[in-house]
Design a protein around this ligand. Structure first.
Ligand SMILES: Cc1cc2nc3c(=O)[nH]c(=O)nc-3n(C[C@H](O)[C@H](O)[C@H](O)COP(=O)(O)OP(=O)(O)OC[C@H]3O[C@@H](n4cnc5c(N)ncnc54)[C@H](O)[C@@H]3O)c2cc1C
Length: 327
């Protein structure tokens, strides 16, 4: 029999994670659907090392730490988190439930809360530099899912931001060798991390661009071009990890029959969209006075969950304070 969730939360950014936590506290059967292989939304993908100063009760916290704390908070309930899964559409069914179609099949729920921020993220890919088949066996990759996959390998990391620097340092402990290449002499990563990188055994090659990546026996042959020169260097590596940032895409949203203002979903003060049992929160929404801040999204989450549960379980009294749930 098909499982019917109470709530499906689309998007595992900070607001989606808190929505899932709050819904779990209310005993709802929830799952989060996230298009990336990692949760954390913009905070993890775009500014993991940046300090955040505007969350109530927390003087300052690194973005990636905030996401770790949110995951720790979710541990209590362990809702399902479906990673690498992108929602294509939300379809009303004759029985009143919603069918959520994804790239990995269909799911059903009594209600849906959209927390997709600025749209689905995908790594900024390099065109024409390598055969995409090299991604199939993980020789060229955009994510580190498991550090052990890089054990005893000669790894080249491409990129100059926080992620590239952090991964180069993390891989130094497991890989046989790590080389980082960047098109500028200066790295954009946090100063203390860049200093750690310069003090590490990671080989730094700047200013170089990836020119051509070709398979050679079990390895990759990576042709690097020195910026603004005709100089080339060919380096062998077992794996290439590319970290050139992310691009977001809000085109899917346009197929979901929602009232939009630009690329934002219009909601009322109960976080209701124009569609029955479809609610939205976080950076994805707009209303008069809306601010794209995590604190604002956190405030919208309990409103959306409460409205959704009142709609799908009108007979249930919804408690207001968490103490009445844990006692
Ligand atoms: C550089 C920078 C600095 C910032 N600094 C601060 C700050 O100091 N304080 C602050 O409060 N805010 C800050 N913000 C804003 C903050 O990041 C956003 O308000 C917050 O991330 C919104 O969270 P969200 O969960 O609504 O959306 P997002 O963080 O955008 O997460 C949405 C998630 O949904 C997923 N998704 C999208 N479409 C689909 C789909 N179709 N199917 C499945 N999954 C999907 C995405 O992959 C993503 O993981 C900053 C933003 C940037 C860019």
């Amino acid at each position: 029999m098909t499982h019917i969730y109470d709530l499906l939360i689309i998007g595992g950014g900070p607001v989606g994670l808190f929505t899932a936590y709050f819904a779990s506290m209310r005993n709802a059967d929830v799952a989060i659907i996230e298009s990336l292989p990692q949760v954390g939304g913009q905070a993890n993908a775009l500014f993991p090392e940046k300090e955040i100063y505007d969350i109530g009760g927390i003087p300052k916290i690194k973005a990636k730490q905030l996401i770790q704390q949110q995951l720790a908070q979710l541990e209590l309930f362990q809702p399902e988190i479906k990673l690498s899964t992108t929602v294509d559409n939300i379809i009303e069914q004759a029985d009143g439930n919603l069918l959520v179609t994804t790239n990995h099949g269909e799911l059903q729920a009594k209600a849906v809360i959209i927390a997709i921020g600025t749209g689905s993220f995908a790594p900024r890919k390099l065109n024409n530099v390598y055969d995409p088949a090299l991604e199939d066996n993980g020789q060229v990759t955009y994510f580190v899912k498991n550090l052990a996959d890089f054990a005893d390998q000669n790894v080249m990391v491409a990129g100059g931001g926080d992620s590239a620097v952090d991964w180069a340092l993390a891989l130094e402990n497991v890989a046989q060798s790590v080389t980082i290449i960047h098109r500028r002499d200066q790295f954009r990563g946090l100063e203390s991390s860049v200093q750690k990188l310069r003090d590490s055994t990671v080989k730094i090659m700047t200013p170089y661009l990836l020119n051509q990546v070709t398979p050679a026996a079990d390895q990759l042959q990576i042709d690097l071009k020195k910026v603004k020169t005709d100089d080339h260097q060919v380096v062998a590596a077992d794996k290439l990890l590319i970290n050139y940032g992310f691009v977001s895409d809000s085109r899917l949203l346009r197929q979901w029959q929602l009232d939009l203002a630009g690329s934002k979903i219009k909601v009322n003060t109960k976080m209701e969209t124009n569609r029955p049992k479809v609610y939205a929160v976080g950076d994805a929404v707009t209303y008069p006075g809306k601010l794209d801040l995590i604190a604002v999204g956190y405030a919208e989450a309990p409103i959306a969950v409460t409205t959704a549960l009142q709609t799908i379980y009108p007979e249930k009294i919804q408690p207001l304070h968490s103490t009445s749930l844990f006692n």
